[in-house]
Design a protein around this ligand. Structure first.
Ligand code: ZN
Length: 402
């Protein structure tokens, strides 16, 4: 038996005005998913535990079978794993953005103009972070370049007893009230001020400013975390797993859980992603000996954040046509028995443009044991069934027949 998870990030929704009060799952044409739902198990599952924020990190960890109250230790350590930084037990990681601040003389008087420094390219950002690292790295504190504006600071022996503000929460606000507080605050503030001097004269920034783009004028650390204690997925569940995703965070989870993280060329996480390539990579992983494949698709979530109903519908329809149907056809052609779990991690309602913690509908289809529920895959139909899994992380045991 092979096991495949089709994870449509943020796919579940609330009634959408644009579609006369219907949800995306209700209006999207998804004949293969609906077939599997009508001949499989439909239920609801709570993927975000009480007291946890409905981030994609927490929700995807739950779907993968991890109790996030036990294992979740922050977002930045997962990003560290994704960019290949090995953490020691007494390391504390901080997400470090490259940001654009306004140009008042005094650092404290500045305003947060852009948390992404104009979505700076990875190439440019690498040069800048390397320049910062050269000046600011110590025996204990080190900077690492990541992707675009998203970088990393690792403080060996650092503290998580800090109060740092996510820069995307203070757009166009004065930074004075949002500077680091708690253990090591003075060290951080000094590094931030020094980074400004290092970055100011850098040729990369001069070129950006000349081209009318936001320069990266400062580092901005936040999002502290410690090394995650994720039990190895294969040890935990007895199946060899692969993960396919365009998103750093999901790749980081895969690495921390000892799963194989497969990169697909042209996988972007939006509607123009390489859908065929991802579906083919999932099939190849199975043919190459993976027992379990976790295929994560970010596009519905992105379209939810953008509040774009037609594009979100397109994303769901494309998952059905290019991924689910492809895998079903290819596996059946080869006589391979499989179970497929289809679900979102959390809803990203069009009306809110952000994540919520509501339970989500899931489908489990077993190619060797077709049932007959006759229901299509929607939030309302999920609620009609009596199946409700309160502890989201137990769904994986159920799916894998453990
Ligand atoms: Zn999201």
């Amino acid at each position: 038996m092979k096991y495949i998870v089709i994870l449509g990030d943020g796919m579940a929704d609330y009634p959408v005005d644009f579609f006369d009060g219907k949800t995306i799952l209700e209006v999207a044409k998804k004949p293969t998913i609906d077939y599997m739902c009508a001949h499989g198990e439909l239920g609801m599952v709570k993927t975000v535990q009480d007291g946890m924020k409905p981030g994609s990190d927490v929700a995807n960890l739950s779907v993968m079978g991890y109790d996030t109250r036990e294992c979740y230790s922050g977002r930045s350590p997962l990003e560290a794993a994704s960019i290949g930084v090995e953490m020691k037990d007494d390391d504390v990681t901080f997400r470090t953005n490259l940001v654009t601040l306004s140009d008042e003389e005094n650092y404290e008087d500045k305003t947060m103009l852009d948390y992404s420094a104009g979505e700076i390219t990875t190439e440019e950002a690498n040069e800048l972070i390397n320049a910062v690292a050269e000046e600011l790295n110590t025996d204990k504190i080190k900077f690492y370049a990541g992707i675009s504006y998203r970088h990393l600071c690792v403080w060996n022996g650092g503290s998580t007893n800090v109060d740092m503000t996510p820069p995307h929460d203070i757009s166009d606000k004065k930074i004075a009230d949002h500077l680091p507080k708690g253990d090591g605050a003075d060290v951080f503030l000094e590094m931030m001020k020094k980074s400004e001097k290092i970055l100011k004269e850098h040729p990369v920034n001069k070129a950006r400013a000349a081209a009318g783009k936001n320069p990266a004028t400062s580092i901005w650390p936040w999002g502290e975390g410690t090394k995650p204690q994720l039990e190895n997925f294969e040890k935990k569940f007895g199946v060899k797993g692969s993960v396919i995703s365009a998103v750093d965070l999901i790749k980081g989870i895969a690495k921390c859980a000892g799963m194989n993280s497969i990169d697909v060329e042209g996988a972007t996480g939006n509607c123009e992603t390489n859908w065929d390539g991802k579906a083919q990579a999932a099939l190849d992983a199975i043919l190459d000996g993976s027992d379990f494949v976790y295929l994560h698709m970010e596009a519905p979530d992105e379209m939810g954040h953008q509040g774009a109903p037609e594009k979100k519908k397109f994303a769901v329809e494309t998952i059905d046509a290019k991924v689910v149907k492809f895998l079903k056809d290819e596996l059946e052609k080869r006589g391979i028995d499989y179970k497929m779990l289809i679900m979102p991690d959390h809803p990203t309602p069009i009306s809110l443009k952000t994540h919520v913690s509501d339970p989500v509908p899931y489908v489990i289809y077993d190619s060797t044991k077709e049932l007959d529920t006759g229901l299509s895959y929607t939030e309302e139909n999920g609620k009609k069934t009596s199946l409700y899994i309160e502890k989201g992380y137990t769904l994986m045991n159920h799916f894998l027949d453990k």
